[in-house]
Ligand binder design. Structure first.
Ligand code: FE2
Length: 441
């Protein structure tokens, strides 16, 4: 399937823009005009609204799409419980929150035949999915396509960050592809399945997922930066309508309040022939991020690298931010240029997509991750501190890595499987060992 999936991915077309009222039809005439729910929808299709926000939320936050499909989603048998595998959901009560700094190596390779859904493994999170607050951090490792089954998450939207191997995402609203250096977002409730773009039998596809239970990710306000900068709305790509007219049993797996439920439809539910709306999946290429930094001294707080933010009820306080550390120039004069030592009321999970990160000389590897919880002290390791304190401050390009952060307002509780994992690094504290005393009164 990989070769076919790759060809499909290379030929994809997209709609551009963030938060647009998009519309698309795979068959001319499938989309009704002038109304959403005509007495008889065109071409014998069923009209169905999918709401991602309450009907009455302000227009800026309102998310909904109208889908015109071969069968209504309602035509299905009862859902029954399925095993949750390595997926866990907030509230995370199986272990106590840990103030220690933690760092992991990549997930071990999965068993043969592991698809994206089966390969999801929860590291931790916060909040409460039933209250639509907080977030979870998952990793995935997969070596098989999802075949005749689709997934939908009622608990939150999924921000997928591939680290190794490209993904073809077949969603109700159409197809997207995302590889390392790109991110894909699947909105709450949208059904999708994942095919792998890189050869079967090769290295498994791997990556990270932020499951955001809270308000949908939005672009951050820019304040004094002005009308341009950071992620540009026009660089976000939504799919065009594409449908499957497949009359064979398809399993629909629904994550609902922390548990997986399954029902077998007698047809593919990816049967949306036309749609319009704002509740749409999208992809974004992180290499298009417009990195803004200091041209005098010091460097801004890392919030300047925010790609997407999930706002809370308190202005400026995010449920979760998605932040990228992309290639950039460092030119600060009389400035310690790597990230400074800090203790932060927000909690930080960092991952690495490729290369190296400028605050950690070693040990932080692609596919791995680190967790610096609320108020835990962290910053450059000893080697980085020594090097950066003595470096000649000529303009320097940081271009050998792509790191990201999920930064959240609440402490992150690691799952027991993460806190006790074989791939948890023992002795992470040692990277700050040997920071010499230099004080002289
Ligand atoms: Fe930090």
């Amino acid at each position: 399937m990989s070769e076919q999936a790759r060809k499909t991915a290379e030929a994809l077309e997209y709609l551009t823009g963030f938060g647009n009222e998009h519309s698309s039809e795979a068959v001319p005439g499938a989309l009704p005009h002038g109304r959403n729910s005509p007495q008889r929808a065109p071409l014998g299709l069923y009209a169905e609204q999918l709401s991602g926000s309450a009907f009455t939320e302000p227009r800026r936050h309102n998310r909904r799409s109208w889908l015109y499909r071969i069968r209504p989603s309602a035509a299905h048998p009862a859902f029954t419980r399925a095993g949750n595998g390595a997926l866990r959901t907030a509230p995370f009560t199986e272990a106590v929150p840990d103030p220690n700094r933690l760092r992991w190596n990549p997930l071990p390779d999965p068993a043969p035949g592991t698809d994206f859904l089966a390969g999801l493994w929860t590291l931790g999170g916060n909040g409460d999915a039933t209250q639509r607050t907080g977030m979870a951090i998952h990793l995935y490792a997969a070596n098989a396509d999802m075949t005749d089954r689709v997934f939908s998450d009622s608990d939150g939207e999924l921000l997928i960050v591939p680290e190794r191997g490209g993904l073809l995402l077949r969603t109700e609203l159409g197809l997207l592809s995302a590889g390392p250096g790109e991110v894909a977002l699947i909105p709450r409730g949208v059904r999708f399945r994942v095919e792998l773009l890189d050869g079967e039998g090769g290295a498994p596809a791997r990556g990270y997922v932020c499951e955001n239970y809270g308000q949908p990710f939005d672009l951050p306000d820019l304040g004094p930066i002005g009308a341009n900068g950071l992620a540009s709305a026009r660089d976000f790509r939504a799919p065009v309508a594409a449908y499957e007219d497949v009359e064979r049993p398809t399993e629909v797996v629904n994550k609902f309040c922390g548990n997986l439920w399954t029902a077998t439809y007698d047809h593919s539910p990816l049967d949306v022939v036309a749609w319009h709306g704002t509740h749409v999946p999208y992809v974004y290429d992180l290499r298009r991020f417009n990195v803004i930094g200091s041209i005098s001294h010091d460097h801004p707080d890392p919030s300047i690298f925010t790609v997407l933010t999930s706002p809370s009820d308190t202005p400026g306080l995010a449920g979760v931010d998605f932040v990228v550390f992309a290639p950039r120039w460092l030119v600060g004069e009389d400035t310690f240029r790597p990230p400074y030592f800090h203790r932060n009321v927000m909690s930080e999970y960092m991952g690495l997509i490729e290369g190296a990160y400028d605050a950690k000389a070693e040990g932080f590897v692609p596919g791995g991750g680190s967790l610096h919880n609320m108020m835990s002290a962290h910053g450059p390791d000893r080697e980085t501190f020594d090097r950066a304190s003595a470096a000649e401050l000529k303009p320097q390009k940081i271009d050998d890595g792509l790191a990201f952060m999920f930064e959240t307002r609440w402490p992150i509780t690691a799952t027991p499987q993460a806190a006790g994992a074989e791939h948890l690094q023992r002795g992470y504290d040692d990277v700050w060992e040997g920071l010499q005393r230099h004080f002289r009164a």
